[in-house]
Structure formats: C-alpha cells, structure tokens
Design a protein around this ligand. Structure first.
Ligand code: 2M8
Length: 449
C-alpha cells in the first residue's frame, strides 16, 4: 500500500491547522481528547494539550491544568478522566466508576474516573512558564501567580505518587490497570493481563469505542473484546476496593511497576523543582528527592543495552517486551554513558526508526521485530505523536540535539498531513483512530513553531 500523499503542509500551516483543531475541541475550560471517541478530559492528554496551548495562549494553557487539578482527589491523585457535562456516550461513564459513592477521597461535584495516568503535568508547567518568560514581564507575572495557585495541588500529586504508588521505595510507580500506563493494550501488559479473570457473573458494558470510530475498520484497530472484559473487570475490582491504595494492593489481580510512567515522574519532578526554585515556592527538596529516587529506580531495571523493564509485582518477574517504554531512561537519565549510547543507537536501528518498511522514520509503539507487533492495533505497533514528542524532549534534555533534530524533522513530516490522528500506521503512514486528536494537534503545534 502506498502512503497516501495529501499535500504536505509547511510548518506554519501545520501549526495554524493544529491551532484550529484544538479550538474545535475546546469546550471552554477543558479540551476534549477527541470529538466522538473521547468527549472528556484525559489527564496526560491535558498535559500535552497545555504544552501546545502555551504556544497560543498562556492563560488558556493554565486554564487546562487548573480544570484538571480542580478534580484532584483528596488523597492527591489526579484522575485519569474528568467527565465533561452533557455527553454520556463514553463507557465506562461516571455511573460505572461510582467514585463518589465508594470513596471519601473522590471530589464532590466533579465526576471522574478512579485511576490515574502518567504525570506529565510538571513538564507542562515548566513549558508554560518558559513560554510566559518569552512573552514578557506581564505574561510572566500573571502566569507565575497562577502557577503559585496550582502549586499545592502539584506537590500533593507528586507526594501521592511517591508515597501511595511506591510504598516499598523501589523508585517505580505501581499501576493498577493498563489504562494507568496510557498504553492500554501494549504487549507490556500481556503477561499480567493473562492473570486477570473476570468473575463468571460479571456482565461487561457496551463498548462505545469501536462504534465511535468512523472508519470501517475500527474493531481491528482497537483492543479486543477479550482485552475489554479484563479492563472492565479490573474497574470492578478497584470499585470493590473503594479506590483505596492499600486495599487495591492487597486485592487487585493486576499490579505492575511501570518504568515509563516512573521515568516521566522522575523527569516531571526535576522540572517542577526548577519551577519552584525560580518562583521561590516550597517543596523543591522533596521534588528533587522524588526525581533522584525514581531516576535510580528506572535505571535499576535497565540491562546493558539500556532498555528499562517493567515488573510484575504479583509474581516478582520482570516483564520483557520490545516496546517504546523501554526507552524510558532517555526521559529521566540515570543510566551509564554506555547504556545511554546503546539506547540512542537502538532507537535509530532497524528494530526501531531504521526499519526499512517504515513510511516515516519514527519509533512505533512496539518494535516491528517483536512477535507481538501489530501495525494497526492501537498500542501494539502504530506510531503515537505524543510519544515521539517525549523522546524528542528527552533527547534534547540529555545532550542529544542531533538525534532530537532528526526525530523532530520526521515528526513534522508525519504531522504535515494536517489530520492530527490519534495514531499512525507505521508502514503505510495512514492516519488511524480519533481525529482531530487534541494531544496530536498540541504536539504538532509545539514542534512546528
Ligand atoms: C486511550 O485510553 C482510553 C482509556 O483511558 C480508551 O482507550 O478509552 C489511551 O490511548 C490513553 O493513553 C489516552 O490518554 C486516551 C485518550 O486519548 O485514550
């Protein structure tokens, strides 16, 4: 199949179209993740969206983060979905989660899910502050004020992660559901999900996702029904545990240490510490402590090749898989120079960006060399622009400007179709999934300008 070739946009045209797409998904104080498929606010999407919005309007970028944090739980957790009013199409909806009914920590007056997602928010706050500084003293002053307002919530979020999601001090975040990794059906979780067995009497809910996709091939690009039964059953287990971390740890049939989310946490903690220092805010030592502990934790899972490995906390076994999550140390550092070099080399090798079949030389979510690779099925192969953005960011931050520039050029090539798809077929370049997907438009905007 030849890659479809709509007229490629210039970077400025890409940015303009991305801004237009974000505006279309803007519901006032939150940006829906995508029209149709995801008509609500998602936590890590919101962080990427703020990064993109910072290029357009610093106040609007801050509003996105403020809306998300206004739904923060009393224990500090930032929920993975904040439900927008008036759209009941997404499943599982607020009734299924029943957070307010079973947990005193759930916010009153806001409907949320009872899970979290990777904590990209600190990185977003850093980027928004940088944009405000570039914009001039007036913008900086008012942005600094609003970041001061967000600060207690940000500190509580990071404290929640460090204390409740890493009680054993491994420097690795525990997740209770593949959705918490953001990489739902990644081969990373095949082994732990095989131990998740829904009770016989459990009736899974209607799947809204496959119907919302307006492509004829929606079902072939999404997690399977078998996957979904497990996803839904885990929510049932969590609900029965009252969304309580200690009880969840005892009772859940899925419990893994996620290296990619941990690397994001380390990096975001370090970024936030710099924000705190600049603005004279409290808690920066604590943040630096999180950054160091989780950097070490991620590095402790890396082999000689630098690849980080998730851990199944129920069996104690490492979870080996060839997925983009293995590059986690490129986000947070902590590995030796030799491991770092090996990782950068691997990124451009035929197992990843150098694969001869790729339409655009960008890392697929799963390596085409892996037996689990499926080029069209969600997190099992397609390329995801926000993950590309994170790797570019990590390469820039770790002293690899040339490698970052190569990825950035390819990313802009992919995004110059102006579609801002949720994910892309790595071999044909076909845009797949929701569109315009807000976080895709947001990273396009940021990369293009
Ligand atoms: C996808 O996840 C949601 C569940 O959280 C879903 O499949 O319904 C993932 O790609 C996730 O990473 C993303 O944040 C979310 C919204 O874009 O969609």
């Amino acid at each position: 199949l030849a890659r479809p070739q709509p007229t490629a946009l210039t970077n400025v045209e890409t940015a303009v179209r991305a801004a237009y797409a974000l505006r279309g998904n803007d519901r006032g104080s939150l940006t829906v993740a995508a029209p149709g498929l995801y008509p609500h606010m998602w936590s890590w999407d919101a962080a990427f969206i703020a990064i993109g919005l910072a290029r357009l309007s610093i106040p609007r970028a801050l509003t996105e983060l403020e809306t998300l944090f206004s739904a923060q739980w009393r224990n500090g957790m930032v929920p993975h979905i904040v439900f927008a009013d008036g759209d009941a199409s997404y499943e599982p909806g607020p009734k299924r989660w029943a957070c307010g009914a079973v947990s005193a920590d759930a916010p009153r007056g806001r409907a949320t899910s009872g899970l979290m997602q990777p904590p990209v928010h600190g990185i977003a706050v850093r980027r928004v502050l940088d944009a405000a500084r570039r914009a001039g003293p007036g913008e900086l002053h008012s942005a600094a004020d609003r970041i001061r307002g967000l600060w207690p919530g940000l500190l509580a979020w990071h404290r929640y992660l460090a204390e409740r999601r890493d009680p054993d001090h491994r420097g690795l975040l525990t997740i209770y559901h593949g959705w918490e990794s953001g990489m739902d059906n990644s081969p990373r979780w095949d082994v732990p999900y095989s131990a998740v067995v829904p009770a016989k009497a459990f009736v899974p809910f209607r799947r809204a996702d496959v119907h919302a996709l307006d492509t004829m091939d929606g079902a072939a690009q999404r997690p399977t029904d078998g996957d979904y039964a497990r996803y839904q059953w885990l929510i049932e287990e969590l609900r029965q545990a009252g969304y309580d971390d200690a009880r969840a740890r005892e009772t859940l049939s899925f419990l893994v240490a996620d290296v990619f989310a941990s690397a994001i946490f380390a990096a975001a903690s370090a970024e936030l510490a710099t924000v705190g220092d600049e603005l004279g805010l409290p808690g920066t030592d604590e943040l630096t402590g999180h950054a160091e502990r989780f950097r070490r934790g991620v590095a402790s899972t890396a082999g000689d090749d630098g690849f980080a490995t998730d851990l199944d906390l129920r069996t104690g076994q490492p979870l080996h898989s060839q997925t983009i999550a293995g590059f986690a140390p490129l986000l947070c550092g902590g590995v030796s120079p030799a491991q770092h070099r090996a990782l950068v080399d691997a990124l451009f090798s035929p197992d990843w960006c150098g694969h001869p079949g790729l339409a655009v030389a960008l890392p697929p979510s799963t390596s085409p060399s892996s037996p689990s690779f499926d080029p069209a099925r969600y997190w099992r192969g397609p390329q995801w622009p926000p993950m590309t953005w994170l790797l570019i960011w990590g390469l820039e931050r770790s002293g690899e400007p040339e490698a970052a520039a190569v990825l950035r050029a390819s990313a802009l090539d992919q995004l110059s179709d102006g579609v801002f798809a949720e994910y892309y077929h790595p071999f044909t370049g076909t845009p797949l999934g929701g569109r315009p997907q807000s976080w895709t438009a947001a990273v396009a905007l940021d990369l293009a300008l």
